[in-house]
Design a protein around this ligand. Structure first.
Ligand SMILES: Cc1cc2nc3c(=O)[nH]c(=O)nc-3n(C[C@H](O)[C@H](O)[C@H](O)COP(=O)(O)OP(=O)(O)OC[C@H]3O[C@@H](n4cnc5c(N)ncnc54)[C@H](O)[C@@H]3O)c2cc1C
Length: 463
């Protein structure tokens, strides 16, 4: 890759500067969602906190649009902007574990796979996302939901402190004792308040072997399975994390070929306790009805965390709609069964996370993550191959919107901020937080970024 450290005059910058015409420009501007095609003026690939500070000051001085890239996974593509500067942390992926203190320092460009790998070497883990190639930064700053959340809380509930470069280019530490207002806002308020260069997380003993994996049933059984599941998870121990997946059976090597792409409902499971207790906890679920295939078994936690990575690779085209659900009523189950398999692309699916447990026990105003009382959170993920026709793309998008519309009468009028797509109206941002948390976020924004330099995100305007 051709590089220049000086052509854009970022004083004190020691990382890579990548601009149009350089051989790596197209790779560097690509994000996970292949529909996003933005052309930044400069990509500042930072090597450390000082580079981030220099890039922020440069962007401000030059009056450039500023985008911040962690893992590059946000479906709305907010990690890249047109004709501005991308502050790219993808070269900052170090994870430093303190096994005795059960904490980890994680750089702002790390992926969850990096964290799982380093922490599981010590039999430890913290709540992260369910796909290993998702970025730690964006996911954590929006809240962070995953297999371990019911036992160990959201990612933000495990955040002890963060190193942040503010809109002024100053480096500060945010924790319960230092800049507590900023620390509160970072735990759910997204990338609005500065660039996080390092996260300090609490870790917990997990695995290394856990009882985990999916059970699949035929799509025709969806309503029956969901009704059983609703009652099954109502009494589930906190250790049990489950995610429903509705779509076709993914063509993974661990699944027999004759099932690939067959419409099916799966309950993905991960028991964050002993394998023996996990076996007992999952007994009834695994014996329900006639599963197509049961892949639950003792599994290394680190393998479970990356087991679905290939089902959502970089570069495919994606479009998301999402909502929290007030309850998994019979009516909601009927809507889900009616819509989930009506998409045309075999790569499209919907996923429903079971919340509650430790997530719901944290007081609602303790962090900026809104809606802790929600029990089920559904995301409708249209996915198709880039080479497919514009007509298929339009059909998949229409399917996702129609599915969401059908759920609306039973929805919570609330949503997880990290699941919002680029065409979701700004009113949905308020839905994500509720009025009180949104008002507080706007106040913190006014203090730390009054001119809204960090607005290429799910933007909270300075109040
Ligand atoms: C395949 C897939 C699976 C997912 N699974 C889960 C899941 O299990 N649980 C869950 O909670 N979410 C999940 N998500 C959603 C995920 O939380 C968001 O997409 C999130 O934005 C990804 O973070 P990122 O760093 O990769 O994003 P990026 O696209 O890099 O960044 C998104 C935004 O975050 C902000 N940001 C990024 N890095 C920084 C930083 N260092 N400092 C300050 N701001 C920053 C910026 O505003 C940026 O615009 C998933 C997403 C995908 C695509």
């Amino acid at each position: 890759m051709t590089k220049s450290r000086t052509e854009h005059g970022i004083k004190g910058f020691r990382g890579e500067i990548i601009t149009a015409g350089h051989s790596g420009y197209d790779t560097a501007r690509a994000v996970w969602n292949g529909t996003v095609n933005r052309r930044p003026r400069v990509i500042a690939r930072c090597s450390g906190t000082d580079d981030v500070a220099a890039a922020v000051r440069f962007g401000r001085d030059q009056d450039l649009e500023i985008a911040v890239r962690g893992g590059g996974h946000n479906v709305a593509g907010t990690a890249v902007c047109d004709d501005g500067i991308v502050i790219d942390l993808s070269a900052m992926r170090a994870v430093l574990v303190d096994p005795a203190g059960r904490t980890a320092q994680v750089q702002g460009g790390a992926l969850w796979g990096d964290v799982d790998h380093a922490t599981q070497a010590h039999g430890l883990a913290t709540t992260g996302g369910i796909i290993g190639h998702t970025g730690v930064a964006g996911l954590t700053l929006g809240g962070g939901i995953g297999w371990l959340m019911r036992k160990h809380g959201l990612s933000v509930d495990n955040l002890l402190s963060a190193e942040v470069v503010t809109a002024e280019g100053r480096t500060v530490r945010a924790s319960a004792d230092e800049h507590p207002d900023l620390f509160w806002a970072l735990r759910g308020g997204g990338g609005n308040f500065g660039v996080v260069t390092s996260f300090h997380f609490a870790l917990h003993p997990v695995g290394p072997m856990v009882m985990a994996g999916p059970v699949f049933w035929a799509a025709e059984d969806t309503a029956k399975v969901l009704r059983f599941y609703r009652d099954f998870v109502a009494d589930a121990p906190d250790e049990l994390g489950t995610v429903i997946r509705l779509g076709t059976v993914p063509p993974l090597p661990v699944i027999s070929k004759h099932l690939h792409f067959r419409p099916a409902i799966a309950v993905g499971c991960c028991y964050a306790g002993t394998v023996e207790d996990g076996e007992l906890a999952l007994h009834a679920l695994r014996r329900f009805g006639t599963p197509l295939v049961d892949l639950v078994g003792p599994t290394p936690y680190v393998a479970h965390q990356s087991g679905l990575d290939d089902t959502v690779p970089h570069g495919w085209h994606y479009y998301w709609k999402a909502t929290n659900l007030a309850a998994l009523s019979d009516e909601v189950i009927a809507v889900i069964a009616d819509h989930a398999y009506a998409a045309r692309s075999p790569r499209t699916y919907a996923a429903m996370f079971h919340m509650g447990g430790a997530v719901a026990r944290v007081p609602a105003d303790a962090t900026a993550y809104g809606r802790r009382h929600v029990l089920h959170n559904i995301i409708i993920d249209a996915a198709w191959l880039p080479e497919k026709s514009a007509e298929l793309a339009a059909a998949e998008r229409a399917w996702a919107r129609k599915f969401l519309e059908a759920l609306k009468p039973y929805g919570e009028a609330s949503v997880y901020v990290n699941f919002l797509d680029s065409d979701d109206p700004t009113s949905r941002l308020r839905e994500a937080y509720g009025d009180e948390i949104y008002r507080r976020l706007a106040e913190v924004k006014a203090k730390y970024d009054p001119s809204n330099a960090f607005h290429h995100n799910q933007n909270i305007r300075p109040g």
